[in-house]
Ligand binder design. Structure first.
Ligand code: BF8
Length: 621
Protein backbone atom coordinates (compact mmCIF):
# COMPACT_ATOMS: atom_id res chain seq x y z
CA UNK A 1 0.00 0.00 0.00
CA UNK A 2 1.13 3.56 -0.66
CA UNK A 3 1.59 5.99 2.21
CA UNK A 4 -1.54 7.81 0.99
CA UNK A 5 -3.50 4.59 1.41
CA UNK A 6 -2.22 4.02 4.94
CA UNK A 7 -3.38 7.26 6.54
CA UNK A 8 -5.30 10.33 5.40
CA UNK A 9 -3.52 12.68 7.80
CA UNK A 10 -0.69 15.06 6.98
CA UNK A 11 1.10 14.40 10.27
CA UNK A 12 1.04 10.62 9.78
CA UNK A 13 2.10 10.76 6.14
CA UNK A 14 5.05 13.07 6.81
CA UNK A 15 6.26 10.84 9.60
CA UNK A 16 5.83 7.69 7.50
CA UNK A 17 8.08 9.23 4.86
CA UNK A 18 10.60 10.24 7.53
CA UNK A 19 10.51 6.77 9.10
CA UNK A 20 11.23 5.25 5.71
CA UNK A 21 14.08 7.66 5.05
CA UNK A 22 15.56 6.90 8.45
CA UNK A 23 15.15 3.13 8.08
CA UNK A 24 12.65 2.81 10.92
CA UNK A 25 10.08 0.01 10.64
CA UNK A 26 6.53 0.69 11.82
CA UNK A 27 3.46 -1.36 12.60
CA UNK A 28 2.46 -1.25 8.91
CA UNK A 29 5.80 -2.75 7.83
CA UNK A 30 5.45 -5.56 10.34
CA UNK A 31 1.86 -6.20 9.25
CA UNK A 32 3.05 -6.56 5.65
CA UNK A 33 5.66 -9.09 6.79
CA UNK A 34 3.04 -11.07 8.72
CA UNK A 35 0.57 -11.13 5.82
CA UNK A 36 -0.97 -13.51 4.86
CA UNK A 37 -1.81 -14.64 8.37
CA UNK A 38 -2.22 -18.29 9.33
CA UNK A 39 -5.71 -19.17 8.12
CA UNK A 40 -6.38 -21.53 11.05
CA UNK A 41 -5.53 -18.81 13.57
CA UNK A 42 -7.49 -16.28 11.57
CA UNK A 43 -10.60 -18.44 11.90
CA UNK A 44 -10.04 -19.25 15.57
CA UNK A 45 -9.37 -22.91 14.78
CA UNK A 46 -6.01 -23.33 16.47
CA UNK A 47 -5.76 -24.53 20.05
CA UNK A 48 -2.64 -24.37 22.18
CA UNK A 49 -4.26 -24.79 25.54
CA UNK A 50 -2.63 -28.14 26.30
CA UNK A 51 0.41 -30.14 25.33
CA UNK A 52 -1.43 -32.99 23.70
CA UNK A 53 -1.57 -30.31 21.00
CA UNK A 54 -1.15 -27.69 19.69
CA UNK A 55 -3.94 -28.52 17.27
CA UNK A 56 -5.25 -27.07 14.06
CA UNK A 57 -8.86 -28.09 13.65
CA UNK A 58 -10.26 -28.37 10.14
CA UNK A 59 -14.03 -28.79 10.53
CA UNK A 60 -14.76 -29.36 6.85
CA UNK A 61 -11.55 -31.10 5.88
CA UNK A 62 -10.97 -34.79 5.17
CA UNK A 63 -8.97 -35.15 8.39
CA UNK A 64 -8.13 -33.25 11.60
CA UNK A 65 -11.81 -32.40 12.15
CA UNK A 66 -11.17 -32.75 15.88
CA UNK A 67 -8.35 -31.70 18.16
CA UNK A 68 -6.46 -34.40 20.05
CA UNK A 69 -8.87 -34.07 23.01
CA UNK A 70 -11.85 -34.39 20.68
CA UNK A 71 -12.84 -30.73 20.57
CA UNK A 72 -14.50 -29.77 17.32
CA UNK A 73 -14.26 -26.47 15.49
CA UNK A 74 -17.18 -24.85 17.31
CA UNK A 75 -15.77 -25.66 20.72
CA UNK A 76 -12.28 -24.57 19.72
CA UNK A 77 -13.52 -21.23 18.43
CA UNK A 78 -15.72 -20.67 21.49
CA UNK A 79 -12.91 -21.47 23.92
CA UNK A 80 -10.54 -19.11 22.14
CA UNK A 81 -13.12 -16.34 21.98
CA UNK A 82 -14.05 -16.81 25.64
CA UNK A 83 -10.46 -16.38 26.72
CA UNK A 84 -10.03 -13.42 24.37
CA UNK A 85 -12.94 -11.60 25.99
CA UNK A 86 -11.82 -12.54 29.51
CA UNK A 87 -8.38 -11.05 28.85
CA UNK A 88 -10.00 -7.81 27.77
CA UNK A 89 -12.34 -7.71 30.75
CA UNK A 90 -9.43 -8.50 33.06
CA UNK A 91 -7.34 -5.66 31.62
CA UNK A 92 -9.99 -2.98 32.10
CA UNK A 93 -10.88 -4.34 35.50
CA UNK A 94 -7.33 -4.58 36.77
CA UNK A 95 -6.96 -0.95 35.74
CA UNK A 96 -10.13 -0.23 37.74
CA UNK A 97 -8.62 -2.02 40.72
CA UNK A 98 -5.61 0.31 40.59
CA UNK A 99 -7.96 3.25 41.06
CA UNK A 100 -9.61 1.41 43.91
CA UNK A 101 -6.26 0.85 45.60
CA UNK A 102 -5.47 4.52 45.07
CA UNK A 103 -8.74 5.52 46.74
CA UNK A 104 -8.02 3.22 49.66
CA UNK A 105 -4.49 4.61 50.07
CA UNK A 106 -5.84 8.17 49.93
CA UNK A 107 -8.31 7.29 52.67
CA UNK A 108 -5.42 6.07 54.82
CA UNK A 109 -3.26 9.08 54.01
CA UNK A 110 -0.55 6.89 52.47
CA UNK A 111 -0.60 8.28 48.91
CA UNK A 112 1.18 11.65 48.99
CA UNK A 113 0.09 13.94 46.19
CA UNK A 114 -3.20 12.14 45.58
CA UNK A 115 -6.49 13.38 47.03
CA UNK A 116 -10.23 13.20 46.66
CA UNK A 117 -10.87 16.02 44.19
CA UNK A 118 -14.61 15.50 43.73
CA UNK A 119 -16.07 15.12 47.20
CA UNK A 120 -19.64 15.52 45.89
CA UNK A 121 -19.23 12.57 43.57
CA UNK A 122 -17.71 10.54 46.40
CA UNK A 123 -20.74 11.23 48.56
CA UNK A 124 -23.14 10.47 45.69
CA UNK A 125 -21.45 7.13 45.04
CA UNK A 126 -21.55 6.24 48.74
CA UNK A 127 -25.26 7.00 48.83
CA UNK A 128 -25.82 5.00 45.65
CA UNK A 129 -24.30 1.83 47.11
CA UNK A 130 -25.97 2.28 50.49
CA UNK A 131 -23.18 3.75 52.62
CA UNK A 132 -24.59 6.24 55.12
CA UNK A 133 -22.47 9.38 54.81
CA UNK A 134 -23.94 11.39 57.68
CA UNK A 135 -21.10 12.39 59.99
CA UNK A 136 -18.44 10.75 57.78
CA UNK A 137 -15.62 12.94 56.49
CA UNK A 138 -14.26 12.43 52.96
CA UNK A 139 -11.48 10.09 54.13
CA UNK A 140 -13.95 7.85 55.96
CA UNK A 141 -16.31 7.86 53.00
CA UNK A 142 -13.41 6.95 50.70
CA UNK A 143 -12.43 4.10 53.00
CA UNK A 144 -15.98 2.74 53.17
CA UNK A 145 -16.48 3.04 49.41
CA UNK A 146 -13.16 1.33 48.68
CA UNK A 147 -14.07 -1.55 50.98
CA UNK A 148 -17.45 -1.83 49.31
CA UNK A 149 -16.06 -1.92 45.77
CA UNK A 150 -13.31 -4.39 46.65
CA UNK A 151 -16.08 -6.90 47.26
CA UNK A 152 -17.32 -6.35 43.71
CA UNK A 153 -14.06 -7.84 42.52
CA UNK A 154 -14.37 -10.94 44.68
CA UNK A 155 -16.83 -13.76 45.12
CA UNK A 156 -19.06 -12.58 47.92
CA UNK A 157 -21.77 -10.85 45.93
CA UNK A 158 -24.63 -12.26 43.92
CA UNK A 159 -24.62 -9.26 41.62
CA UNK A 160 -22.30 -6.26 41.15
CA UNK A 161 -23.18 -3.02 42.95
CA UNK A 162 -23.57 -0.77 39.92
CA UNK A 163 -25.86 -3.13 38.01
CA UNK A 164 -28.64 -1.17 39.66
CA UNK A 165 -27.93 1.48 37.02
CA UNK A 166 -29.40 -0.86 34.41
CA UNK A 167 -33.18 -0.91 33.94
CA UNK A 168 -35.10 -3.65 35.76
CA UNK A 169 -36.08 -5.27 32.46
CA UNK A 170 -32.42 -5.60 31.51
CA UNK A 171 -31.50 -7.10 34.88
CA UNK A 172 -34.33 -9.60 34.51
CA UNK A 173 -32.91 -10.68 31.14
CA UNK A 174 -29.49 -11.17 32.72
CA UNK A 175 -30.98 -13.20 35.55
CA UNK A 176 -33.05 -15.34 33.17
CA UNK A 177 -30.01 -16.10 30.99
CA UNK A 178 -27.69 -16.59 33.97
CA UNK A 179 -25.61 -13.68 32.71
CA UNK A 180 -25.73 -11.52 35.83
CA UNK A 181 -22.09 -10.89 36.71
CA UNK A 182 -21.37 -11.90 40.32
CA UNK A 183 -17.77 -10.87 40.85
CA UNK A 184 -15.38 -9.19 38.43
CA UNK A 185 -12.42 -11.46 39.10
CA UNK A 186 -14.74 -14.41 39.52
CA UNK A 187 -16.12 -14.23 35.98
CA UNK A 188 -12.64 -13.92 34.47
CA UNK A 189 -11.33 -16.83 36.53
CA UNK A 190 -14.39 -18.90 35.72
CA UNK A 191 -13.79 -18.32 32.02
CA UNK A 192 -10.26 -19.68 32.35
CA UNK A 193 -11.68 -22.63 34.25
CA UNK A 194 -14.49 -23.33 31.80
CA UNK A 195 -12.12 -23.29 28.85
CA UNK A 196 -9.60 -25.66 30.39
CA UNK A 197 -9.67 -29.02 28.60
CA UNK A 198 -12.61 -31.09 29.66
CA UNK A 199 -14.73 -28.49 31.43
CA UNK A 200 -17.42 -26.60 29.50
CA UNK A 201 -17.78 -28.36 26.17
CA UNK A 202 -20.86 -26.45 25.00
CA UNK A 203 -19.84 -23.58 22.70
CA UNK A 204 -23.08 -21.69 23.40
CA UNK A 205 -22.61 -21.95 27.14
CA UNK A 206 -19.05 -20.64 26.82
CA UNK A 207 -20.26 -17.71 24.71
CA UNK A 208 -22.93 -16.83 27.27
CA UNK A 209 -20.32 -16.89 29.99
CA UNK A 210 -18.22 -14.61 27.78
CA UNK A 211 -21.15 -12.19 27.89
CA UNK A 212 -21.31 -12.44 31.67
CA UNK A 213 -17.57 -11.80 31.87
CA UNK A 214 -17.89 -8.79 29.58
CA UNK A 215 -20.77 -7.42 31.67
CA UNK A 216 -18.53 -7.68 34.73
CA UNK A 217 -16.18 -5.37 32.88
CA UNK A 218 -18.68 -2.81 31.60
CA UNK A 219 -20.90 -2.51 34.66
CA UNK A 220 -18.10 -3.47 37.05
CA UNK A 221 -14.37 -3.05 36.51
CA UNK A 222 -14.59 -0.28 33.91
CA UNK A 223 -17.43 1.52 35.66
CA UNK A 224 -15.60 1.49 38.98
CA UNK A 225 -12.47 2.68 37.16
CA UNK A 226 -14.34 5.61 35.63
CA UNK A 227 -16.18 6.65 38.76
CA UNK A 228 -13.14 6.50 41.00
CA UNK A 229 -10.99 8.34 38.46
CA UNK A 230 -13.54 11.14 38.66
CA UNK A 231 -13.49 11.04 42.46
CA UNK A 232 -9.70 11.17 42.62
CA UNK A 233 -8.88 13.48 39.73
CA UNK A 234 -12.09 15.42 39.13
CA UNK A 235 -15.20 14.84 37.05
CA UNK A 236 -14.56 16.10 33.51
CA UNK A 237 -16.09 19.39 32.43
CA UNK A 238 -16.26 20.86 28.92
CA UNK A 239 -13.11 22.50 27.61
CA UNK A 240 -11.39 23.15 24.29
CA UNK A 241 -8.05 21.45 23.71
CA UNK A 242 -5.62 20.70 20.90
CA UNK A 243 -4.69 17.51 19.09
CA UNK A 244 -2.38 15.89 16.49
CA UNK A 245 1.43 15.77 16.30
CA UNK A 246 1.49 19.55 16.01
CA UNK A 247 1.02 19.73 19.79
CA UNK A 248 4.69 18.84 20.23
CA UNK A 249 6.82 21.94 20.74
CA UNK A 250 10.19 22.39 19.09
CA UNK A 251 11.41 24.66 21.88
CA UNK A 252 10.25 22.57 24.84
CA UNK A 253 10.93 19.34 26.65
CA UNK A 254 8.24 17.04 25.23
CA UNK A 255 6.93 14.25 27.44
CA UNK A 256 4.31 11.87 26.06
CA UNK A 257 2.16 10.02 28.57
CA UNK A 258 0.98 6.72 27.14
CA UNK A 259 -1.14 3.83 28.35
CA UNK A 260 -4.32 3.99 30.39
CA UNK A 261 -4.16 4.85 34.05
CA UNK A 262 -4.49 8.42 35.25
CA UNK A 263 -2.70 7.36 38.45
CA UNK A 264 0.68 7.78 36.73
CA UNK A 265 -0.08 10.44 34.11
CA UNK A 266 -1.68 12.84 36.59
CA UNK A 267 1.49 12.74 38.68
CA UNK A 268 3.74 13.33 35.68
CA UNK A 269 1.60 16.30 34.79
CA UNK A 270 1.80 17.72 38.30
CA UNK A 271 5.60 17.36 38.30
CA UNK A 272 5.90 18.93 34.85
CA UNK A 273 3.84 21.93 35.97
CA UNK A 274 6.03 22.49 39.04
CA UNK A 275 7.85 25.87 38.77
CA UNK A 276 11.04 24.21 39.95
CA UNK A 277 10.94 21.88 36.93
CA UNK A 278 10.28 24.84 34.66
CA UNK A 279 13.42 26.48 36.03
CA UNK A 280 15.42 23.30 35.42
CA UNK A 281 14.05 23.04 31.88
CA UNK A 282 15.04 26.65 31.20
CA UNK A 283 18.49 26.03 32.57
CA UNK A 284 18.78 23.22 30.05
CA UNK A 285 17.87 25.62 27.23
CA UNK A 286 14.19 24.71 26.84
CA UNK A 287 11.22 27.07 26.96
CA UNK A 288 9.33 24.72 29.27
CA UNK A 289 8.03 21.22 29.81
CA UNK A 290 5.24 20.19 27.46
CA UNK A 291 3.16 17.13 28.38
CA UNK A 292 1.00 15.60 25.68
CA UNK A 293 -1.03 12.39 25.61
CA UNK A 294 -1.24 9.25 23.56
CA UNK A 295 -4.07 6.71 23.50
CA UNK A 296 -6.28 6.32 26.55
CA UNK A 297 -4.13 7.86 29.25
CA UNK A 298 -4.05 10.79 26.84
CA UNK A 299 -7.85 10.79 26.89
CA UNK A 300 -7.82 10.75 30.70
CA UNK A 301 -5.64 13.86 31.07
CA UNK A 302 -7.30 15.51 28.07
CA UNK A 303 -10.75 15.14 29.64
CA UNK A 304 -9.77 16.41 33.07
CA UNK A 305 -6.72 18.61 32.63
CA UNK A 306 -6.90 19.90 29.07
CA UNK A 307 -3.61 18.21 28.16
CA UNK A 308 -3.20 18.11 24.35
CA UNK A 309 -3.50 14.78 22.59
CA UNK A 310 -0.62 13.89 20.27
CA UNK A 311 -2.26 10.90 18.66
CA UNK A 312 -3.99 7.57 18.76
CA UNK A 313 -2.80 3.98 18.52
CA UNK A 314 -1.29 4.13 15.03
CA UNK A 315 0.34 7.49 15.79
CA UNK A 316 2.33 6.28 18.80
CA UNK A 317 5.36 5.12 16.82
CA UNK A 318 5.15 8.09 14.47
CA UNK A 319 5.20 10.52 17.39
CA UNK A 320 8.72 9.35 18.20
CA UNK A 321 9.76 9.70 14.56
CA UNK A 322 9.35 13.49 14.93
CA UNK A 323 12.67 13.38 16.81
CA UNK A 324 11.18 15.93 19.19
CA UNK A 325 10.08 13.63 22.00
CA UNK A 326 12.32 13.50 25.05
CA UNK A 327 10.36 10.85 26.89
CA UNK A 328 7.49 8.41 26.63
CA UNK A 329 6.11 7.52 30.05
CA UNK A 330 4.00 4.39 29.81
CA UNK A 331 1.84 2.64 32.34
CA UNK A 332 0.12 -0.28 30.62
CA UNK A 333 -1.99 -1.60 27.74
CA UNK A 334 -1.70 -0.82 24.04
CA UNK A 335 1.92 0.25 24.38
CA UNK A 336 3.67 -1.33 21.40
CA UNK A 337 6.91 -3.02 22.46
CA UNK A 338 8.43 -1.54 19.29
CA UNK A 339 8.42 1.87 20.96
CA UNK A 340 11.51 0.87 22.95
CA UNK A 341 13.47 0.20 19.76
CA UNK A 342 12.20 3.32 18.01
CA UNK A 343 13.04 5.45 21.07
CA UNK A 344 16.58 4.07 20.94
CA UNK A 345 16.95 5.43 17.39
CA UNK A 346 16.62 8.92 18.88
CA UNK A 347 17.51 10.66 22.14
CA UNK A 348 14.09 9.58 23.44
CA UNK A 349 13.84 7.82 26.77
CA UNK A 350 11.20 5.13 27.11
CA UNK A 351 10.10 4.91 30.74
CA UNK A 352 7.94 2.11 32.10
CA UNK A 353 6.28 2.69 35.45
CA UNK A 354 4.18 -0.32 36.35
CA UNK A 355 5.39 -3.41 38.12
CA UNK A 356 3.11 -5.40 35.86
CA UNK A 357 4.26 -3.85 32.58
CA UNK A 358 8.00 -4.01 32.03
CA UNK A 359 9.73 -3.18 28.76
CA UNK A 360 13.27 -4.54 28.49
CA UNK A 361 15.59 -1.97 26.97
CA UNK A 362 13.66 0.94 28.46
CA UNK A 363 14.14 2.70 31.78
CA UNK A 364 12.03 1.23 34.55
CA UNK A 365 10.95 3.75 37.17
CA UNK A 366 8.57 1.83 39.34
CA UNK A 367 5.70 3.99 40.53
CA UNK A 368 3.81 3.09 43.70
CA UNK A 369 1.13 5.10 45.45
CA UNK A 370 3.67 6.00 48.11
CA UNK A 371 6.50 7.13 45.82
CA UNK A 372 4.66 8.41 42.72
CA UNK A 373 5.24 12.08 43.46
CA UNK A 374 8.99 11.59 43.76
CA UNK A 375 9.22 9.21 40.81
CA UNK A 376 7.31 11.66 38.62
CA UNK A 377 9.87 14.37 39.42
CA UNK A 378 12.66 11.93 38.67
CA UNK A 379 11.07 11.16 35.31
CA UNK A 380 10.69 14.84 34.39
CA UNK A 381 14.33 15.47 35.33
CA UNK A 382 15.40 12.61 33.07
CA UNK A 383 13.35 14.12 30.26
CA UNK A 384 15.04 17.49 30.77
CA UNK A 385 18.41 15.76 30.61
CA UNK A 386 17.35 14.02 27.38
CA UNK A 387 16.48 17.43 25.88
CA UNK A 388 20.17 18.39 26.04
CA UNK A 389 20.88 15.41 23.77
CA UNK A 390 18.22 16.23 21.18
CA UNK A 391 19.51 16.39 17.59
CA UNK A 392 17.83 19.49 16.17
CA UNK A 393 18.70 18.33 12.65
CA UNK A 394 16.40 15.34 13.02
CA UNK A 395 13.41 17.23 14.39
CA UNK A 396 10.33 17.55 12.21
CA UNK A 397 7.04 18.48 13.84
CA UNK A 398 4.43 18.26 11.10
CA UNK A 399 1.27 20.35 10.92
CA UNK A 400 -0.39 22.73 13.34
CA UNK A 401 -2.80 21.36 15.95
CA UNK A 402 -6.56 21.10 15.52
CA UNK A 403 -9.00 22.15 18.25
CA UNK A 404 -11.54 19.86 19.80
CA UNK A 405 -14.09 20.04 22.59
CA UNK A 406 -13.79 17.56 25.40
CA UNK A 407 -15.07 16.92 28.91
CA UNK A 408 -18.55 15.51 28.34
CA UNK A 409 -18.96 13.34 31.40
CA UNK A 410 -22.60 12.44 32.01
CA UNK A 411 -22.67 15.10 34.71
CA UNK A 412 -21.38 17.68 32.21
CA UNK A 413 -23.86 16.62 29.53
CA UNK A 414 -26.76 16.94 31.94
CA UNK A 415 -25.50 20.33 33.03
CA UNK A 416 -25.09 21.46 29.42
CA UNK A 417 -28.70 20.41 28.80
CA UNK A 418 -29.87 22.59 31.66
CA UNK A 419 -29.99 20.09 34.52
CA UNK A 420 -31.71 17.01 33.12
CA UNK A 421 -31.66 14.66 30.14
CA UNK A 422 -35.18 15.82 29.26
CA UNK A 423 -34.17 18.11 26.34
CA UNK A 424 -32.28 15.23 24.71
CA UNK A 425 -35.25 12.91 25.18
CA UNK A 426 -37.59 15.54 23.78
CA UNK A 427 -35.31 16.00 20.76
CA UNK A 428 -35.25 12.24 20.22
CA UNK A 429 -39.03 12.04 20.52
CA UNK A 430 -39.67 14.67 17.85
CA UNK A 431 -36.89 13.31 15.63
CA UNK A 432 -34.60 16.34 15.79
CA UNK A 433 -32.05 13.84 17.04
CA UNK A 434 -32.88 10.42 15.58
CA UNK A 435 -30.67 8.46 17.92
CA UNK A 436 -27.33 8.21 19.67
CA UNK A 437 -24.35 6.09 18.66
CA UNK A 438 -21.16 5.44 20.60
CA UNK A 439 -18.14 5.18 18.30
CA UNK A 440 -15.30 3.70 20.29
CA UNK A 441 -12.05 1.86 20.17
CA UNK A 442 -8.84 1.56 18.35
CA UNK A 443 -6.97 1.76 15.10
CA UNK A 444 -6.02 -1.36 13.22
CA UNK A 445 -3.32 -1.25 10.53
CA UNK A 446 -5.41 -3.66 8.44
CA UNK A 447 -7.82 -0.77 7.82
CA UNK A 448 -7.13 2.74 6.50
CA UNK A 449 -6.05 4.75 9.56
CA UNK A 450 -9.05 6.57 11.06
CA UNK A 451 -10.90 6.14 7.75
CA UNK A 452 -13.71 3.89 8.93
CA UNK A 453 -14.07 5.86 12.16
CA UNK A 454 -14.48 9.24 10.52
CA UNK A 455 -16.41 7.93 7.52
CA UNK A 456 -18.97 6.38 9.83
CA UNK A 457 -19.24 9.41 12.11
CA UNK A 458 -19.77 11.77 9.18
CA UNK A 459 -22.55 9.59 7.78
CA UNK A 460 -24.26 9.30 11.15
CA UNK A 461 -24.24 12.98 12.05
CA UNK A 462 -25.43 13.80 8.54
CA UNK A 463 -28.43 11.59 9.34
CA UNK A 464 -29.17 13.49 12.59
CA UNK A 465 -27.61 10.87 14.83
CA UNK A 466 -25.66 12.22 17.78
CA UNK A 467 -22.26 10.55 18.20
CA UNK A 468 -20.42 10.02 21.48
CA UNK A 469 -16.79 9.02 21.24
CA UNK A 470 -14.09 7.48 23.44
CA UNK A 471 -10.56 6.15 23.28
CA UNK A 472 -8.50 6.23 20.12
CA UNK A 473 -11.56 7.14 18.07
CA UNK A 474 -11.34 10.58 19.69
CA UNK A 475 -8.27 11.89 17.86
CA UNK A 476 -9.73 10.72 14.56
CA UNK A 477 -12.92 12.71 15.10
CA UNK A 478 -10.96 15.72 16.29
CA UNK A 479 -8.72 15.70 13.23
CA UNK A 480 -11.79 15.41 11.01
CA UNK A 481 -13.18 18.59 12.56
CA UNK A 482 -16.22 16.91 14.09
CA UNK A 483 -15.58 17.86 17.71
CA UNK A 484 -16.16 21.59 17.58
CA UNK A 485 -19.35 23.44 16.80
CA UNK A 486 -17.92 24.10 13.32
CA UNK A 487 -18.46 20.38 12.82
CA UNK A 488 -22.19 21.10 12.85
CA UNK A 489 -21.81 22.18 9.21
CA UNK A 490 -21.44 18.49 8.45
CA UNK A 491 -24.47 17.53 10.57
CA UNK A 492 -28.07 17.12 9.46
CA UNK A 493 -30.47 20.00 10.02
CA UNK A 494 -32.10 18.47 13.10
CA UNK A 495 -28.92 17.53 14.89
CA UNK A 496 -27.37 20.89 14.05
CA UNK A 497 -30.39 22.68 15.51
CA UNK A 498 -30.32 20.63 18.72
CA UNK A 499 -26.57 20.98 19.23
CA UNK A 500 -26.58 24.70 18.45
CA UNK A 501 -29.27 25.25 21.05
CA UNK A 502 -27.02 23.76 23.74
CA UNK A 503 -23.67 24.80 22.29
CA UNK A 504 -22.61 21.20 21.69
CA UNK A 505 -20.47 19.72 18.89
CA UNK A 506 -22.04 16.86 16.90
CA UNK A 507 -19.51 14.40 18.33
CA UNK A 508 -19.21 14.46 22.11
CA UNK A 509 -16.04 13.26 23.79
CA UNK A 510 -16.96 11.13 26.81
CA UNK A 511 -13.52 9.77 27.68
CA UNK A 512 -11.15 6.84 27.49
CA UNK A 513 -12.05 3.20 26.84
CA UNK A 514 -12.98 2.44 30.44
CA UNK A 515 -15.27 5.47 30.13
CA UNK A 516 -17.50 3.52 27.77
CA UNK A 517 -19.11 2.75 31.09
CA UNK A 518 -20.40 6.35 30.99
CA UNK A 519 -22.31 5.40 27.83
CA UNK A 520 -23.83 2.38 29.58
CA UNK A 521 -24.90 4.54 32.52
CA UNK A 522 -26.34 7.15 30.16
CA UNK A 523 -28.31 4.47 28.32
CA UNK A 524 -29.60 3.18 31.66
CA UNK A 525 -30.68 6.71 32.55
CA UNK A 526 -32.43 7.32 29.20
CA UNK A 527 -34.18 3.93 29.32
CA UNK A 528 -35.41 4.54 32.86
CA UNK A 529 -36.68 7.99 31.89
CA UNK A 530 -38.73 6.41 29.08
CA UNK A 531 -39.74 3.39 31.15
CA UNK A 532 -38.21 0.96 28.63
CA UNK A 533 -35.27 -1.41 28.33
CA UNK A 534 -31.92 -0.33 26.84
CA UNK A 535 -32.65 -2.62 23.85
CA UNK A 536 -35.70 -0.46 23.08
CA UNK A 537 -33.69 2.74 22.70
CA UNK A 538 -32.70 4.17 19.29
CA UNK A 539 -29.01 3.70 20.07
CA UNK A 540 -26.12 1.63 18.74
CA UNK A 541 -22.40 1.18 19.26
CA UNK A 542 -19.50 0.79 16.88
CA UNK A 543 -15.83 -0.14 17.12
CA UNK A 544 -14.95 0.38 13.46
CA UNK A 545 -11.18 -0.11 13.66
CA UNK A 546 -10.86 -2.26 16.77
CA UNK A 547 -7.90 -4.52 17.40
CA UNK A 548 -7.69 -5.47 21.09
CA UNK A 549 -9.07 -8.01 23.52
CA UNK A 550 -10.43 -5.08 25.52
CA UNK A 551 -12.41 -3.88 22.53
CA UNK A 552 -13.95 -7.34 22.18
CA UNK A 553 -15.05 -7.18 25.81
CA UNK A 554 -16.53 -3.73 25.21
CA UNK A 555 -18.43 -4.90 22.13
CA UNK A 556 -19.81 -7.89 23.95
CA UNK A 557 -20.94 -5.96 27.03
CA UNK A 558 -22.65 -3.46 24.75
CA UNK A 559 -24.52 -6.26 22.98
CA UNK A 560 -25.33 -8.01 26.27
CA UNK A 561 -26.68 -4.68 27.51
CA UNK A 562 -29.05 -4.57 24.53
CA UNK A 563 -27.04 -2.29 22.23
CA UNK A 564 -26.48 -3.38 18.64
CA UNK A 565 -22.75 -3.18 17.93
CA UNK A 566 -20.96 -2.68 14.66
CA UNK A 567 -17.42 -3.97 14.14
CA UNK A 568 -15.25 -3.00 11.18
CA UNK A 569 -13.70 -6.44 11.09
CA UNK A 570 -14.66 -9.72 12.73
CA UNK A 571 -12.99 -11.39 15.70
CA UNK A 572 -11.23 -14.68 14.95
CA UNK A 573 -14.43 -16.72 15.06
CA UNK A 574 -15.29 -17.35 11.42
CA UNK A 575 -14.17 -20.99 11.67
CA UNK A 576 -17.38 -21.75 13.53
CA UNK A 577 -20.72 -21.20 11.86
CA UNK A 578 -22.34 -21.75 15.23
CA UNK A 579 -20.37 -19.05 17.07
CA UNK A 580 -20.51 -16.67 14.11
CA UNK A 581 -24.26 -17.18 13.82
CA UNK A 582 -24.65 -16.51 17.51
CA UNK A 583 -22.70 -13.26 17.26
CA UNK A 584 -24.50 -11.99 14.16
CA UNK A 585 -28.03 -13.21 14.93
CA UNK A 586 -28.45 -15.56 17.86
CA UNK A 587 -27.62 -13.01 20.53
CA UNK A 588 -30.55 -10.91 19.32
CA UNK A 589 -32.86 -13.57 20.75
CA UNK A 590 -30.96 -13.68 24.03
CA UNK A 591 -30.08 -10.05 24.72
CA UNK A 592 -32.13 -8.14 22.15
CA UNK A 593 -29.01 -7.08 20.24
CA UNK A 594 -26.24 -8.62 18.17
CA UNK A 595 -23.15 -7.72 16.16
CA UNK A 596 -22.89 -6.35 12.63
CA UNK A 597 -19.57 -6.70 10.80
CA UNK A 598 -18.96 -4.25 7.97
CA UNK A 599 -15.70 -2.59 6.92
CA UNK A 600 -17.41 -0.04 4.66
CA UNK A 601 -18.40 3.00 6.75
CA UNK A 602 -21.29 4.01 4.50
CA UNK A 603 -22.82 0.54 4.59
CA UNK A 604 -22.23 0.37 8.34
CA UNK A 605 -24.04 3.69 8.77
CA UNK A 606 -26.93 2.32 6.72
CA UNK A 607 -27.22 -0.73 9.00
CA UNK A 608 -27.07 1.44 12.12
CA UNK A 609 -29.55 3.91 10.72
CA UNK A 610 -31.99 1.11 9.83
CA UNK A 611 -31.73 -0.18 13.38
CA UNK A 612 -32.41 3.26 14.80
CA UNK A 613 -35.42 3.70 12.55
CA UNK A 614 -36.80 0.32 13.64
CA UNK A 615 -36.33 1.17 17.31
CA UNK A 616 -38.01 4.54 16.82
CA UNK A 617 -40.97 2.93 15.10
CA UNK A 618 -41.31 0.35 17.86
CA UNK A 619 -41.42 3.19 20.39
CA UNK A 620 -44.09 4.90 18.31
CA UNK A 621 -41.76 7.75 17.32
O1 BF8 B 1 -8.32 1.14 25.74
S1 BF8 B 1 -8.95 2.47 21.94
S2 BF8 B 1 -5.98 1.07 20.88
S3 BF8 B 1 -5.58 2.78 23.72
S4 BF8 B 1 -7.87 -0.64 23.25
FE1 BF8 B 1 -5.94 0.66 22.99
FE2 BF8 B 1 -7.98 0.56 21.47
FE3 BF8 B 1 -6.73 2.79 21.83
FE4 BF8 B 1 -7.21 2.45 25.04
NI1 BF8 B 1 -9.11 1.14 23.98
Amino acid sequence: RTIEELSPWEDARRMLVKAKDEGIATVWDRLAEQTPHCSFCDQGLTCNKCVMGPCRVNPKGPKRQLGVCGADGDLTVARNFGRFVAAGAASHSDHGRDLLEALEAVSHGTAPGYAVRDTDKLARLCAEVGIATLGLDAASQAKALAEHFFEDFGTRRHALSLLSRAPKKRRDIWDATRSTPRGIDRECVEMLHRTHMGVDCDPVSICLHAARTALADGWGGSMIGTELSDVLFGTPRPATVEANLGVLRADSVNILVHGHSPVVSEMILAAARDPEMLAKAKAAGAAGVNVAGLCCTGNEVLMRQGVPLAGNHLMTELALVTGAVEMVVADYQCVMPSLVQIASCYHTRFVSTSEKARFPGGTHLEFTLENARDKAREAVELAIEAFTRRDAGRVDIPTTPVSLRTGYSNEAVIEALGGSAEPLLAAIKIGLVRGVVGIVGCNNPKLPHDGVLTGLAKELIRQDILVVVTGCATVAMGKAGLMTTEGLEQAGVGLAEFCSRFDLPPVLHVGSCVDNSRILALCGMLADALGVDIADLPVAASAPEWYSEKAAAIGLYAVASGIMTHLGLPPNILGSELVTGLALEGLEGVFGASFVVEPDPVKAAEAISRRITAKRLALGL
